[in-house]
Design a protein around this ligand. Structure first.
Ligand code: CMP
Length: 139
């Protein structure tokens, strides 16, 4: 059965470019409820830990550097079929391949600086949510 929570980050590039409000509006309009949210910054160490699954990939160093380059908005979102529906809302990892109207098509500048992260499975949504939030910060 599909779970009802996913985890997202508005990445440093989209924050720097002033897109927090527009991205949150898209998330709300798509019917997601924000159950946890914070404005924070990842250290290089924490960014490396979050993306450890990509450690062997050629873009890992660049990814860690970018994700620790400025503040992010981290959030847990709730909706039926949350992981799949959110991935539909944000579009393909590479914004050049993202459908028109998706968050990445609108606000990403490149595959590396692709505006938002979205969990790829219910299991990872739970792991990533608890990486950023204590139980007392989830409502
Ligand atoms: P995200 O969904 O946050 O998960 C892993 C990230 O790695 C991905 O978004 C991209 O930002 C980044 N990424 C994936 N492929 C590449 C690539 N070929 N070059 C640079 N960054 C990449």
């Amino acid at each position: 059965m599909a779970g009802n929570r996913t985890f997202t980050m508005i990445k440093p590039g989209a924050v720097r470019n002033g897109h927090i409000g527009a991205i949150l509006a898209k998330i709300n309009e798509a019917g997601f409820r924000i159950v946890a949210m914070k404005y924070t910054k990842l250290s290089a160490e924490k960014a490396g830990e979050f993306y450890a699954v990509h450690k062997e990939r050629p873009f890992y160093g660049e990814l860690v550097e970018f994700m620790s380059s400025g503040p992010i908005v981290a959030a847990i979102l709730e909706k039926d079929n949350a992981v799949e529906d959110f991935r539909e809302l944000i579009g393909a990892t590479n914004p050049a391949e993202a459908k028109p109207g998706t968050i990445r098509a609108l606000y990403a500048t490149s595959i590396g600086e692709n505006a938002v992260h979205g969990s790829d499975s219910d299991e990872n949504a739970a792991i990533e949510g608890s990486f950023h939030f204590a139980g007392t910060e989830i409502f």
